[in-house]
Design a protein around this ligand. Structure first.
Ligand SMILES: Nc1ncnc2c1ncn2[C@@H]1O[C@H](COP(=O)(O)OP(=O)(O)OP(=O)(O)O)[C@@H](O)[C@H]1O
Ligand SMILES: [Mg+2]
Length: 250
């Protein structure tokens, strides 16, 4: 279970998260929506452990354990995974090499045996085939020269391989063509399980037709201002955020 309590975060003196509360149960897919600049990506970075932020108050609890003091690698071992809104290009590191090193580092830290190369290749090929990622791409440098949609698929390939317990997808749907959207959504749905938790950040109801969320949370000005079921996303699509912005201004 993921619980975020009264999270207050600033960067360079600017308040970005302002007393954010959010709970997501095991097995749940929670959609996070909200206007540009409301703090959605910042929230995902704080959970994943990106530095440069001043955390003034609050807790991020994974199964009751506060992770805010842990470095990003420790959090990954605990099962935290972030699919970035803007995946980074890593020149000089073949995708295959990166995936194997990352997977085995996590397995080792958890006291599991490392995968042999043939075992690893079998797994990665199977995952790539499911996501319709050409195997040739796995030999290229990670994300370098990949199209926007290819980068997003690569994020989901990582998720499929690492099988993380806490998955955060930051606008994974942006830039995907209609077929890729379905492939990516199928990839996410295949991982849904009673002991896995998803935060799916998106601007569009369209993704949520494929990945049907259990809960929908609206962020505005650095906090969750409304929570509901999947119908909340449909309502937002029709009405926009005017109500929530007005509430904040009042
Ligand atoms: N390094 C920084 N310095 C100053 N302001 C920052 C910095 N990083 C983020 N912010 C600000 O924090 C706010 C929240 O940004 P964030 O990226 O979390 O928004 P978002 O909800 O993900 O928006 P979008 O829907 O456009 O992706 C924005 O106003 C942004 O300009
Ligand atoms: Mg964002």
């Amino acid at each position: 279970m993921l619980e975020i309590k009264n999270l207050v975060v600033e960067i360079e003196g600017k308040r970005i998260l302002d007393g954010l509360n959010l709970s997501v149960n095991n097995g749940e897919v929670a959609a996070i929506m909200g206007p540009n600049g409301s703090g959605k990506s910042t929230l995902s970075y704080i959970v994943a452990g990106k530095e440069d932020y001043d955390i003034l108050d609050g807790e991020v609890l994974l199964d009751g354990e506060n992770i805010l003091e842990m470095d990003p690698a420790e959090r990954a071992v605990k099962g935290v995974f972030l699919a970035f809104q803007y995946p980074l290009e890593i020149p000089g590191v073949a995708t295959m090499t990166f995936l194997k090193a990352a997977l085995n580092a996590q397995r080792k830290a958890r006291g599991e045996t490392e995968l042999t190369t043939p075992d690893f290749i079998k797994r990665v090929n199977a995952a790539a085939d499911k996501l319709e990622i050409p195997r040739e791409m796995l030999r290229r440098a990670l994300n370098v020269g990949f199209s926007g949609g290819e980068k997003k698929r690569m994020e989901i390939l990582q998720m499929a391989l690492f099988q993380p317990r806490f998955c955060i997808l930051d606008e994974t749907d942006s830039g995907l063509d209609i077929d890729a959207l379905r492939v990516v959504a199928d990839g996410v749905n295949a991982l849904r399980s009673p002991d896995r938790t998803f935060l799916v950040i998106t601007h569009y109801q369209r993704l949520l037709e494929h990945i049907v969320p259990d809960t929908v949370h609206v962020m505005a000005n650095g906090k969750v201002v409304k929570s509901g079921g999947k119908e909340l996303a449909v309502e937002l699509e029709a009405n926009g955020y005017a109500d929530y912005k007005a509430q904040e201004a009042a």
